[in-house]
Every structure is written in C-alpha cells, then in structure tokens.
Design a protein. Structure first.
Ligand code: ASP
Length: 597
C-alpha cells in the first residue's frame, strides 16, 4: 500500500511505469506551477515533480510539504529533460511525475539540516536528536557497514563449526581490570548482580561443557573513564576454542581480518602474513605495545653511548637506572622554537621532564666530521664528538634531520617517545591514510606490579596462562613470567586481544595467590570456575575483537560513537533518554536501597 519501490531504485529502465514511493522530504523547491521534491529514504533520493496544471490536487498538497515531512507519492517514472540529469544520485537520470501526493506525517523544522554537512554540528545536538542524525547518509552508511561486517563474521565462523551462544548480562563480577556496573536485586534485597565486563568466564565454562568452538557478538560493560575509543557498554566479537595454541587463534583470525578488509573497504593491507612482534620488541622499537607500523621513525637506544657522558643530565639518569632513548624527525632540523616547545610539551604529557634536541646541519660519518656548525642545538656543546657521532649513527640521522632525546625511566621514555613518534608520523606526512598495517603482539608479561597497592596484578586477566617454561618462576620472580597472550593491532589501535587460558585448578589457584588474593576471596569470587576445572576442563584459549573499533577504522570514523546507533557521551550520559536519572523513591524502597546523596 505504501510503496512499490525504494527511493534509491528507479532507473531509465523503469520509465513509463506507475510506481508509489514513500519517504521524507529532503528538499522542496517551489517554482510556482512546478514543485520539485527530493524524496529520501534509507536507500536513496528520488526527484518528484508535481505539476499544478496537470494535477492541481497533488500540487496543493505538495505545496504544504516541508523538510522531513513524510510523504507517499504515486506517479509515472520518466526520463529527466535534456541536460537536467543529476549524476550525484543513482536515480539521477529519472524523475517521478506525481499524480497523487499524500502527507503521511508532518515534521517540525529539524534542529539541523539532514545532510553530511551536519558533521560540523555540535555533537550534543546530534546525540539529543539521534533519530535525525541517523537519517544522514554517512551515519546510515556506518550502520550498514556494521551490519555487513557482523554478518560476514557470523558466516565465516559458522562455516568453521563455531556455535553462537548467548550468555547472561545479570551476573557476578567478571574482572577485566575495570569497575563493575552493578544492578540491585529486588527479590534478594541487599544483593547485587554485576554486568559482565566480558563473557570471559562463561566462554571458558562453555569449553568445559565441551562446546569446542564458541562465539558471540557480545555486549560488555566496564565502568571506567571514557576516551574517544571507549564506551561504558561496547561490543566484542568474543570467541573461544578448545585444544589450541596461540598460532591456532592467529590463523583463524588473520584470514577473517583480511577478508573483512578486502570486502568492505578500499585500504591496502601493508603486509601479510601479519608481522608478529614480541611485547619487548614493540616497547624497544616503538615505545608502545600498539605500534602504528604504517611508518618507520623507530626509537633508538642511546643509553650505552651516553652513560659516561660529562653531561650529567644523561649520565646521571643512566646512573639512577634510567635510559636515554630517542627518535629522529626526518627533515625536522629547521623547526622553529615554537614547534620545539610544542614537541617538548608532548614529551611532558608522556611524563618526561624535558626534551633534548639536536638539529643536524651536515652529514656525519664519524667524530672527525663534527665541527661548530654541525648541530643546531642547545646541548651539542656539552657532548663530546664521539658521543655526538654515536648518536647520529644510532639514530641513522642525516643532514636536515632532528634528533630528539628523552632521558628518564624506561617507561616514561617509552611513553614520551611514542607520543613524539606519532606526532612526527602525522606532521611529516609519513602516514598513508589508505593503508592498513596489522600486526600481532605476543609474549606479554603475565603480571605487572601495582606500585600503589604493592601487589601484582594480571596484565590481561587472571585466567591467562603463563608460558609453559615460565610457571616455575611465578613465586620467586613474577615480573619475569611471560604470558600466552596476544593482541592484534591495526594502525596503532589495539583491535583485539586474547590468550591461552589456565585449565588446571591447581595452576589457577597458584595464579590467584600470586595476585595476593586471600583464599576466602578466591572461593567467593571464583569458586564456580575452580570447581568446573575439577571436572575435565580441556586446554582452551580465545580472543575478543573490539567490534566498535573495527567498524570505526573500516568506516574511517575518528570516534567509535559514529558507528554506534545510540552511544553515550564522555561522561556516560545518554542525551536522548536523558540518563542516568534518579528513580522513584518507591522503586528504591522495593530494592531496599536508602539514598545518602
Ligand atoms: N575477555 C578478554 C577481553 O575482554 C578477551 C579474551 O581474553 O578473550 O579483553
């Protein structure tokens, strides 16, 4: 009754057919006797022409129509007159000569014009009127892409014998390193559910159940401070397999990612098979465990070169157990003071106390090449020629380059140089936006020291297994134990991570103890898992991929909010529903909750 075709469907081959369309008024142009309406739906836009002489009733109705009115139009498809075809629309060669126009609903004037230009509109307004924002072509494209990616993932895994299983949202704490969102129970007052930070333990229990290959497009809930690539609830492709080692998970996921990249977007993949880097190597070369491999500018270590230097800023740091590391900014020697101040500020954001810089004016092969005019730098005169030549060689710097150095704790130097490297990559135009550079990162430490709490915590989560050869050192040298964990990184974003799990209850207890968890807490929080492990748990492992991030990277969106239909703001609010919001005192009473604020 409402429509025979979509607004994106009509072509020259439909000419002379009688059709009915329904959609929204994108634009209305009133030329007196002729009204032009661009009618829009999810599929496209069709031009409708209403002629006052031939169809006065339709014309009278069309003259009332305004932007975003919902119309039904019946008429005949015809070729647009010579010279008026519009190649911007797939339907641009034809128009619908309207015979009947009906207003199905009216619209108030929308707060912003429904077009991709509304990207410039304040995001708050877009989120308050998300249903209008989602009418825009770019947002619709993002939702369509998300759907297509999820459909392909499902097909890929189903072909490989995976079963999709839903797991509960009302559950007990499932730690992934964030705070839990909690839900009070009415039936058991004083007790709470925790929303799962991931289905981690559930998928492991499914392996104990013998499912062998599980996946889920799973919603995860983590109460943590939000950033551009985080939401309090987000979606993962979560999967788990029995009888596997890390290589099996990698060789399952890699072809899937390649297929998704090839089928859904124009980016070239830089390298296959994806490079596999250890955590250590990543930190040394890039200062981060999520390296952007689209460009070089690798870090170099100048600790050995400068440890004996007369210049105490460097040798003093080394004597205190710190490092001196650097990057070379290609062609950056001539930067202004202002630009250098900006880079120094960036290094400070990474925690560094300062940034040393040396602009290289001439090529240097050894110490004898070094003279007065070789460097533009406030520190060059404090360093001897051998040290300077050593720095140039270690960084591979050439005339016109700028050497940037950070002397600090290893972690601080890494964090600062990672920020500098990223900045150099984009300001020096070294990043090809049409490139996808994937890599795997492996051999993460199993534990890290929480200096404040004075105890070890799991780097990944407490169900991750140590490497077989490392278990012996768990008690005596926990910091040296490496995990059977792996991340997959794309263009500097961690898009997924997983591990081989502990499947032995004795080992699992051993790990909980290494985390200084009291036995009573272990039983209370994880007794169910330990018990399950007593009934024939198979060796197993898995991975979770951040679906929102993947779709955002594929869509070229800078924020995951743009690929989520109803996202929350950076303060965790939903601006459309205006929540979180207080609840009735009656509801609180039923839950046995007394408010103190
Ligand atoms: N549960 C983990 C996470 O959400 C992923 C995994 O280990 O499979 O990060």
């Amino acid at each position: 009754m409402y429509k025979t075709h979509t607004c994106g469907e009509l072509r020259l081959s439909h000419c002379d057919q009688t059709v009915v369309l329904a959609g929204w008024v994108n634009v209305r142009r009133d030329h007196g006797g002729l009204i032009f309406l661009d009618l829009r739906d999810r599929f496209g836009i069709t031009q409708v022409v209403v002629d006052a002489d031939r169809h006065p009733d339709a014309h009278a109705i069309a003259s009332q129509a305004r932007s975003e009115f919902v119309l039904k139009v019946a008429g005949t498809v015809r070729e647009r007159p010579d010279g008026s075809a519009n190649p911007a629309f797939a339907t641009g060669e034809v128009e619908l000569a309207a015979r009947e126009v009906a207003i199905l609903n009216r619209s108030e004037t929308p707060p912003f014009y429904i077009s991709d230009e509304a990207d410039e509109t304040d995001e708050t307004l877009r989120l308050q009127y998300r249903y209008l924002d989602l009418r825009r072509p770019r947002m619709l494209r993002n939702l369509r892409l998300r759907h297509a990616i999820i459909s392909d993932i499902r097909a890929y895994l189903a072909e490989r014998d995976f079963i999709e299983v839903e797991t509960p949202h009302l559950l007990k704490s499932t730690p992934e390193g964030a705070r839990d969102f909690v839900v009070p129970s009415r039936l058991q007052q004083g007790s709470f559910y925790a929303l799962p930070q991931s289905p981690q333990q559930l998928k492991q229990l499914l392996m104990v159940a013998g499912l062998d290959r599980y996946f889920q497009i799973a919603r995860c809930f983590r109460d943590e401070d939000l950033r551009a690539d985080r939401q309090p609830e987000f979606t993962q492709l979560d999967l788990e397999m029995s009888f596997v080692e890390p290589e099996d998970i990698r060789s399952l996921m890699e072809p899937l990612l390649i297929q998704l990249a090839q089928d859904h977007q124009a980016c070239r993949i830089q390298e296959t098979p994806f490079p596999v880097l250890t955590y250590r190597e990543c930190m040394d070369r890039f200062g981060t465990d999520r390296p952007d491999l689209r460009f070089g500018v690798e870090l170099f270590d100048a600790t050995a070169i400068l440890q004996e230097s007369e210049f105490k800023v460097f040798s003093g740091t080394v004597a205190r157990g710190g490092v001196v590391k650097g990057v070379v900014h290609p062609g950056g020697a001539g930067q202004s003071r202002r630009e250098i101040d900006r880079l120094t500020e960036l290094a400070r954001q990474g925690g560094a106390r300062g940034l040393a810089w040396l602009g290289l004016e001439h090529d240097v092969t050894d110490a004898s090449d070094i003279g007065d005019g070789t460097f533009r730098s406030p520190i060059a005169r404090h360093l001897d020629p051998r040290e300077l030549a050593g720095l140039v060689a270690a960084g591979g710097a050439r005339a016109g380059d700028m050497i940037l150095l950070v002397a600090d704790d290893e972690q601080v130097a890494a964090a600062s140089l990672h920020l500098l490297r990223g900045d150099i990559g984009s300001t020096a135009g070294l990043i090809d936006p049409d490139l996808f550079a994937f890599c795997w990162v492996t051999d993460f430490p199993l534990l890290e020291l929480d200096a404040e709490a004075g105890r070890w915590t799991a780097v990944h989560h407490p169900f991750t297994s140590a490497r077989d050869q490392d278990w012996d050192r768990l008690e005596d040298d926990p910091g040296s134990v490496l995990a059977k964990a792996y991340d997959v990184v794309l263009n500097g974003w961690e898009i997924g991570g997983g591990s081989i799990r502990i499947h032995d209850q004795v080992r699992q207890q051993q790990l909980f103890r290494a985390l200084s968890l009291p036995d009573e807490e272990i039983q209370r929080e994880f007794g169910h898992l330990l018990k399950a492990f007593r009934y024939g748990a198979p060796p197993h492992g898995g991975i979770a991929m951040g679906l929102d991030r993947i779709v955002a990277l594929w869509a070229g969106a800078s924020n995951i909010r743009d690929v989520i239909a109803f996202p929350k703001t950076a303060t965790g609010s939903d601006l459309l529903f205006d929540c979180p919001a207080p609840i009735d005192s009656e509801q609180l009473l039923e839950l046995g909750i007394d408010m103190t604020v």
